[in-house]
Design a protein around this ligand. Structure first.
Ligand code: ATP
Ligand code: MG
Length: 505
């Protein structure tokens, strides 16, 4: 038996105007955890889609040798049968089915042609134990948190006798604790002999779990090395093609007048009368500062942003002042007119029209700025798109590319451009660098500095403590809908933030 469970040879995959994979070779040792790294648009997800039959045999060039045999997969089912499971960037469970129904969907246990429920429950119990999830098999998936859903996807994969598990940015929307659980599980599965290909932009995770690292750039393999021969600086240099000496380009900012202030800002929870979504929030934000908002997932950070936009079901109580005047929250459009921009954490839900091209997506929130007498100024739209494709280094063959064809990280950059074009006074960034590669992160931070210098007030919601600590002038920490603490740049440490975020006084 060969040492390699997988050998992908001379793989080339083209889309109109894009060579996503360019004569690429990739080999994975049996039983290893193999990290696949590279900038946004490098080709990671495409390579895994080629492997798993999302792109069927014949639509790409090259050979896939799996467990010693050349394979041709024409659909995902084919690769599943061979023992390959892929867990994508987006969650793939049916939200309105129970846990057990999801696990056995299309893979029922039958005796004499009838579904054997008892056996399914027995097997389900075992699988849930294996992945460390303690929920009823009958609970609806939609009632579960993202972290648990992710683990159930893995349980589902294990049920199919998976020998090669592919995870494409599995932790990008998980809490720290859920992410830790997942990483531990992957290491457990390795002990059972399961091989794992792991894609992530979180470098600490990569060094924590992987044995081997492959870096892709522009659809080609740049290097494959054991983790013992890599360090963060080397890895970053391979990814971006140059050394990156500092990660956070912080410059002290000169903050100006208060542009946003809340008094007694409170929102009821429409799903739970006993709990408040936002509880007596009294905060302010100044022109020319980056205000960080830290807290654990579910602390109410996104709800706070949405409440300013009038995007919550429940109506806020209390006062919101924008540029010194009380602002009555109505709907997102009036909030945009009042000077608020919001880059959402959920780019698919709120950020993008996937079927529209990149240039249209960018203009969406600023149509009134580029429309005169009811006519869209096309030249202006094109000039804007050109500028931001360059400034944010968006990887695309043209501004006419549909948003859905961009890689995950590049979609996020388009959403950012869209809001920058509204020239907001107050720009709320919700997890602005989620899914963004290290090189582009740096560029986004620099852009934030530029905006702040021009007098924009940036409110940055982030779960990444290094980013909060590295870029914020001042930090609020939220816990259960309340502001638990406030720290200046000089006072702030990782320990203090975590203390408040866990509910400490
Ligand atoms: N369906 C498609 N149609 C056209 N181009 C595509 C399509 N899918 C991917 N691409 C292009 O192929 C290239 C590789 O994309 P891919 O999604 O594999 O990148 P990635 O390495 O996974 O990036 P990220 O880290 O942002 O997720 C990108 O330039 C992308 O725009
Ligand atoms: Mg990807």
């Amino acid at each position: 038996m060969s040492d390699y469970i997988l050998q992908m040879e001379h793989i080339t995959k083209e889309f109109p105007g894009v060579k996503a994979l360019d004569d690429l070779t990739f080999q994975v040792r049996r039983g290893s955890i193999h990290a696949l790294c590279g900038e946004n648009g490098a080709g990671k997800s495409t390579l895994m889609k080629v492997l798993s039959g999302v792109y069927k045999a014949g639509t790409f060039k090259g050979k896939i040798i799996y467990e010693g045999e050349e394979k041709k997969f024409f659909k995902i089912k084919d690769s599943e049968k061979a023992g390959i499971a892929i867990i994508h960037q987006e969650l793939g469970l049916a939200k309105n089915l129970s846990v057990i129904d999801n696990i056995f969907l299309g893979n029922e246990i039958k005796s004499n042609g009838v579904i054997n429920k008892d056996e399914q429950y027995r097997r389900c119990d075992k699988l849930l134990k294996k992945v460390g999830v303690d929920v009823s098999p009958d609970i609806m998936v939609r009632k579960l948190g993202t972290g648990v859903q992710q683990l159930i996807e893995i349980a589902k994969a294990l049920n199919k006798n998976t020998r090669l598990l592919i995870l494409d940015e599995p932790t990008s929307s998980l809490t720290e604790a859920d992410a830790d659980n997942l990483l531990n599980l992957i290491c457990e599965l390795q002990k059972d002999g399961i091989t794992c290909i792991y894609i992530s932009h979180k470098l600490n995770e990569i060094f924590h779990i992987s044995d081997m690292i492959t870096v892709l750039r522009d659809g080609q393999t740049i290097v494959t090395k054991p983790v013992s021969e890599m360090d963060v600086d080397k890895l970053v240099a391979y990814m971006v093609g140059r050394a990156l000496t500092e990660r956070f380009p912080y410059v002290p900012h000169k903050s100006g007048e208060v542009v946003l202030e809340t008094k007694g800002w409170t929102v009821h929870n429409p799903d739970n009368a006993d709990k408040l979504l936002l509880d007596d929030i009294n905060i302010y934000a100044r022109r020319g500062e980056i205000l960080g908002i830290a807290g654990l997932m579910g602390a109410g950070r996104t709800e706070l942003a949405m409440s300013f936009l009038g995007a919550l079901k429940a109506k806020p109580k209390g006062q919101l002042y924008i540029k010194g005047k009380e602002f009555k929250v109505k709907d997102p459009n009036s909030a945009i007119r009042a000077g608020i921009g919001y880059v959402s954490e959920d780019r698919k839900g709120y950020g993008l029209v996937l079927m529209a091209d990149l240039k249209n997506n960018m203009s969406l929130a600023s149509l009134d700025r580029i429309t005169k007498g009811g006519i869209l100024d096309k030249n202006k739209e094109i000039a804007n798109a050109k500028k931001y494709i360059l400034d944010l280094r968006i990887k695309t063959p043209s501004m006419l590319q549909k948003a859905q064809n961009l890689s995950g990280g590049n979609q996020q950059k388009v959403v950012l451009a869209k809001w920058l074009l509204t020239q907001p006074d107050i720009l709320i960034l919700d997890e602005p660098t989620r899914g963004i590669d290290v090189g582009s992160k740096y560029e986004i931070y620099q852009l934030m500095n530029q905006l702040v210098e021009q007098g924009v007030c940036i409110i940055m919601i982030s779960s990444e403590l290094p980013e909060i600590l590295g870029m914020s002038d001042r930090i609020y920490i939220m816990y259960e809908g309340k502001i638990r603490g406030e720290l200046s740049k000089d006072e702030a440490t990782q320990e203090k933030i975590l203390h408040y975020a866990a509910g400490g006084e």
